[in-house]
Design a binder for this molecule. Structure first.
Ligand SMILES: Nc1ncnc2c1ncn2[C@@H]1O[C@H](COP(=O)(O)OP(=O)(O)OP(=O)(O)O)[C@@H](O)[C@H]1O
Ligand SMILES: [Mg+2]
Length: 593
């Protein structure tokens, strides 16, 4: 998809694969349906002509019945063709929608792991689900309707010029004006831009609504109702602004278009007066009657085309959003096929900044971790998670390099790298499946016994005993949830199964209770044995035994050394340590009361 502006239909047909002929068939069938639907009007003309011919001896009008049935027959045939068109278009549309979703998901799977987190899963979900659904509506319904709306006026035009070309031409003038108005005023680039802004405002409003609901617990506890409502309210106001603006901009063109479309009747009346100067013939009355009948169809189809234009803008916008996902840059495939020789980690002047951010989240870090060493990262929001995710190559460094066992992480094939590194996330994600399957993801071939052993090693037995279904409990179903600390222990069980030589643990920021904290720590200590460990700690009690502690501040290593060294150095760490001790004694004191 290199070309700058491709027709949406052509883009959609790329996804249709072998089903594309169904879309073409739908168009052809819809056109046939539109034209057969016009034949009954001709039958009515025949009936009226016969009545006029035999008048006043109406009993002689013997062919009326035949014409009548013929009209009914063609109306039915037209319907059958239309249904066949819909069947074809739906089949093609479902295929396009499915293929589009699959290729989007394939692309998302190849994106840097960090991208999904940064974009927000809500936005990505909306694009994958809603935008592809918009294309489905377009292909399944709007496309055949559009074919009908364009074929009908063509057929009508032919008929109008055929019966009385003078009347036909006069009707054509307002129809042409309506057409031109529609294409210039109602479908121009300005309107497409408005439509995009409108969709954006709608998207922001939904996102803010979700944020608002998610934030309700925080809002309630801190009583910040007005403040938090402000952003939601602003999003609603913005949406209102665009909706009203769009509607207002549409008003004048819509009035002009409707007036022109309906002026066809007026033109007909004027034409009738003009053309009957030399007296009225039977034939003229017949044709005029016929024109009154079919011009109403013309007006309706013109309106339909106007709405087809709107659906076209909707699908264009949806495709642009889909394109946004495809244009997100993939993490380049590993350049070489190096494998780490041993689980050491070397960071060489590593710099990293998030896209669109002015500051470096990591600002020149050198760090050397020998195989088997335990390193702790501490400090207030200074880039700890970012640094850890760079080691696992969720992002690529902006500058410098990261090597594992001598191999640059960019040269290690991603499956190899993932086998070599276990990562326990700060907010451990569990999937909506059983505890057993969730843990088995650590090593898909593992037997049930091995999973059970990992659960035991990770101190998860109390979680399993809590639920009647034990390890077969479905997480996330019917109100079955686990706390943050419990989720982290289950993730540690995953890491036990995987048994990778390098271990990165991003400790959850807050545990509900000290029991959980103790269990996570026990599980992690056991897992860390004989492994190279990067441990991000928020509670300093967990890091005192580390071989080295690095204090990160503003993307740099501010201090590093063992616990004892840092405490006596009287720097940031020693301040954090005394603060930590004060909070512990405060908690103990509180518990004593
Ligand atoms: N996806 C992202 N996009 C842009 N900026 C980000 C992103 N993730 C983190 N940052 C920014 O990078 C900086 C470092 O964030 P990071 O999450 O690495 O800190 P941290 O030390 O792990 O903090 P915490 O102790 O709160 O977990 C912060 O200023 C943060 O706002
Ligand atoms: Mg963090």
């Amino acid at each position: 998809m290199k070309q700058k502006k491709r027709n949406s239909f052509a883009v959609l047909m790329d996804y249709a694969g072998s089903h594309r002929f169904l879309s073409y068939a739908a168009i052809v069938l819809a056109v046939i349906s539109a034209w057969t639907a016009l034949i009954p009007f001709y039958d009515i003309w025949l009936i009226v002509r016969e009545i006029l011919e035999v008048r006043p001896n109406f009993a002689e009008a013997v062919n009326i019945g035949t014409y009548g049935w013929q009209a009914v027959g063609f109306a039915l045939i037209s319907m059958v063709f239309y249904i066949a068109a819909l069947m074809c278009s739906h089949k093609a549309a479902f295929r396009v929608q499915a293929n589009m979703r699959i290729s989007m998901m394939k692309h998302i799977m190849k994106l840097p792991l960090g991208y999904v987190g940064a974009q927000g899963t809500g936005k990505i979900r909306k694009i994958v689900v809603d935008s592809s659904a918009a294309t489905e509506t377009f292909l399944a319904h709007n496309l055949p309707d559009k074919a009908v709306s364009f074929a009908t006026p063509v057929g009508l035009l032919a008929m109008m010029l055929f019966f009385d070309w003078r009347l036909g031409l006069i009707c054509l003038i307002p129809a042409a004006v309506a057409f031109i108005l529609m294409f210039t005023l109602m479908m121009g680039p300005k309107m497409a831009e408005d439509m995009k802004q409108y969709q954006n405002a709608l998207e922001t409003m939904s996102a803010e609504a979700v944020e608002y609901v998610r934030g309700v617990p925080v809002v309630k506890t801190f009583g910040q109702t007005v403040f938090s409502f402000k952003r939601f309210k602003a999003a609603i106001d913005e949406y209102e602004k665009w909706t009203l603006g769009y509607t207002k901009n549409m008003m004048a063109p819509m009035v002009a278009f409707t007036a022109a479309a309906n002026a066809i009747f007026a033109a007909l009346i004027i034409a009738a007066f003009a053309l009957t100067g030399q007296g009225v013939t039977d034939e003229f009355v017949l044709n005029l009657f016929f024109y009154v009948l079919i011009t109403s169809v013309l007006t309706v189809t013109l309106m339909k085309i106007a709405y087809a234009g709107e659906s076209q803008m909707l699908v264009d916008d949806a495709l642009n959003r889909v394109q946004e996902i495809f244009s997100a840059e993939l993490l380049p495939e590993a350049q070489g096929a190096e494998t780490p020789a041993e689980p050491s980690i070397t960071l060489d002047n590593v710099v990293f900044s998030y896209e669109g951010s002015e500051n470096n989240a990591i600002d020149g870090i050198d760090l050397s971790v020998k195989a088997g060493q335990h390193i702790a990262l501490v400090g207030p929001s200074g880039g700890k998670t970012t640094l850890a995710s760079l080691i696992a190559r969720f992002w690529d460094v902006t500058g410098g390099s990261i090597r594992i066992g001598g191999a640059d992480v960019r040269n290690i094939p991603s499956d190899k790298l993932m086998q070599y590194v276990s990562y326990v996330f700060q907010d451990s994600k569990l999937l909506k499946m059983s505890i057993l399957e969730n843990v088995r993801m650590g090593r898909p071939g593992a037997s049930d016994e091995e999973v059970m052993q990992a659960l035991k090693d990770a101190q998860c037995m109390d979680i399993i005993e809590k639920f009647p279904d034990g390890v077969n409990t479905m997480i996330g179903s019917k109100g079955i949830y686990v706390s943050g600390g419990e989720a982290q222990r289950l993730s540690i069980a995953r890491a036990f199964l995987k048994n990778a030589p390098i271990l990165i643990l991003d400790e959850a920021t807050a545990f509900a209770d000290p029991d959980n904290e103790r269990l996570v720590q026990q599980a992690f200590e056991k897992l860390s044995k004989d492994k190279t460990v990067i441990m991000i700690a928020h509670r300093l009690s967990t890091v005192t035994n580390a071989d080295r502690i690095c204090v990160l501040a503003d993307g740099k290593i501010a201090e590093s050394g063992t616990h004892d060294e840092l405490v006596s150095a009287n720097g940031i760490y020693s301040r954090m340590w005394s603060e930590y001790n004060r909070s512990v004694s405060w908690q103990v004191g509180k518990a004593g009361v």
